[in-house]
Every structure is written in structure tokens, then in C-alpha cells.
Write a protein that binds this ligand. Sequence first.
Ligand SMILES: NC(=O)c1ccc[n+]([C@@H]2O[C@H](COP(=O)([O-])OP(=O)(O)OC[C@H]3O[C@@H](n4cnc5c(N)ncnc54)[C@H](O)[C@@H]3O)[C@@H](O)[C@H]2O)c1
Length: 310
Amino acid sequence: MHHLIIAGSGTMGASMAQIFASFDYKVTLYDIKAEALEAARERIAKNVAILTESGEFDAARGQRTLSNIDYTTDNNCFKSCDAVIENIVENLEIKRRFYAEISQLTPDDTVIASNTSGLSINAMAEAVRLPERFIGMHWFNPPHLILLVEIIRGDHTSDKTAQAIYDLCLAIGKKPVMVNKDVLGFAANRLQVALFREALALVDQGVVSPEGIDDVMKYGLGFRYACVGPMEIADLGGLDVWNHVSSYVAPDLCAENVMPASITERVERGELGVKTGRGFYDYSAGQGEELIKERDRKMIAIFNALYREE
Ligand SMILES: NC(=O)c1ccc[n+]([C@@H]2O[C@H](COP(=O)([O-])OP(=O)(O)OC[C@H]3O[C@@H](n4cnc5c(N)ncnc54)[C@H](O)[C@@H]3O)[C@@H](O)[C@H]2O)c1
């Protein structure tokens, strides 16, 4: 693969275009809104300047990254490309209209991937001409720091398509994980939602405060998960021990299948978190910006400690 079209130039698309371009792929960033492309161009230029100033990129790599990206609102671009990676709005009908249109334009062997957060791959594939070349490719934000990419096969996805996207991830230093069946939320968001449901139940029952939940994860489980996964943790602790502990804790866990009032009522009140100044915590005096800075500082430190190749 050499020429990629990244469709949708928002948070994920712009970042993805920058990553591929920095690995010398020719990238066309496509959006229906010219102003979204302009914002992406500015953001990428700023990021590349930071990477170059910090010594992460030498001047030549910075320059190549910028010159490897074209920006367009013209759908004629789809007539010639090796792969399309879609990052448009998370709406099934809009995505299906997009696929119906562009899969008529692309060459037959162009691979088409969606960075949906959890919509059904099969439901989108119905709109794709030649659906064997269609697949899920789920990235995580911030894309330049999180190595994981989930690759989700639909019922029609061919082995060749899955292998091509797997290899593409490896070529840019990502860690691809195959999700072999199209289930809602794939693997990562299912795990995350299961954990969030139990966290909400513990807070609502007054067992632990929101701060307590965050500390349990940051100083305990999350810290350990950065180094060993739950299967390895069970093997290390002993499957007999895990079998025993799980056998009496599991029946006591939250099994609700609707979201509790503690979150739905906050949403109704407009308490959406950092972006509205209040969520589980108060951000009315700029604490949100501090939290983002602190998160990024720690993530970069962990990334460098665990994965940076000298
Ligand atoms: N933001 C995240 O944390 C995150 C993480 C993983 C996956 N995703 C998924 O990635 C996708 C994009 O998310 P985002 O946060 O970058 O969204 P965003 O709102 O920042 O950007 C979406 C872009 O798509 C463009 N767009 C809308 N309809 C279009 C169309 N028909 N053709 C071309 N462009 C169109 C918009 O103009 C906008 O620039 C979604 O499916 C989302 O679920 C997001």
C-alpha cells in the first residue's frame, strides 16, 4: 500500500493523516467541509513543528510529513487509491451513504476500513460494493500515543483484506489485535463499559467515592494493566485462586442492562464533564485543562518508559 485516503479530517482523521504521512505514505485527507480541512492542515503543521523542535523528527522528516499530505473536498480522489480509512461522524446512516457513494468510485481492489467506535461492521458492509474488502480498524485517542488498533472482521471480510490492514498497522509501529467477530463495542469498549458499569454501581451504593474509583485504577489496576493483561495476571496469581475468588464475587457484580440515574441525570442536567465544566468532578475554574495536561504528561512518560525505541 502506498496511497491512502483518510476520509473525515476531525480529531481522529487529521491525526491519522499525520502519522501515515510521517511514515512516508502518500495521504489524501478528504472532508466534505473545506473549513475542517483547513483546521486539520493548521493542526498538523503545528504538531509537526512541535515534533521537529523537540528533536522527535529531524527537519527532513518534518518536511516530508507535510508534503506527503494533500487536502481535498473532491470525491474524484477515490478513483485512485490503495486504501480508504473512514473517520467521519459516528452515525450509521451517514456512514452507509458515504460507503455506497465511494465504493462505486474506488478501484475494485481498494481496501476500505472504518474507524467506527463500535457500530456494526456488517451493517456498514451492506452499503459497500465488494464487501470482502471492507473491515473495521478501530484506533484510540490520542492516536499518536496509543499503540492499540483493533481490527474487526465482518462476515464478508476476506483474509487478504484482514492481512493488508494488519500489515499496515505493523508498518507504522502500531499493535494490531484481531477481533474475529463483529460484536458491538468490539473488545476494548466492551471491557471498558463492563468496568464503567461496575464503577457506577459501587459509587451509587456508597461503597467507594468517584475519587476512590479513580485511585483504585490509577495506582493499582491500571498501573498493572500497562505491563500485564488480565489473562497474564490470572496466570501469575494462579488460576485456582482466580477461579475461587471469581466464583463468589461474580454473582454479586452489577448485571443491570440500563445506565443508572447517576449518569443519565447528569447528562440531562448538561453535566457532561470537562467540556461543560462539571461531570463527576467540578471543572468550573479551569481544572479540565490541568487534567488534560497532566494526563498527556503521564501518558508520554509511560509511553517513553515502555515503548520508546532508542
Ligand atoms: N474521538 C475519539 O476519541 C475517537 C476514538 C476512536 C474512534 N473514533 C471514531 O472516529 C470517527 C471520527 O471521530 P472524530 O472524533 O474524529 O470526529 P470529528 O467530529 O472530530 O470529525 C468528523 C469529520 O468528518 C467530517 N464528515 C462528516 N460527514 C462526512 C462525509 N459524509 N464525508 C466526509 N467527511 C465527513 C466532518 O466534517 C468532520 O470534519 C467516528 O466514527 C468516531 O466514533 C473517535
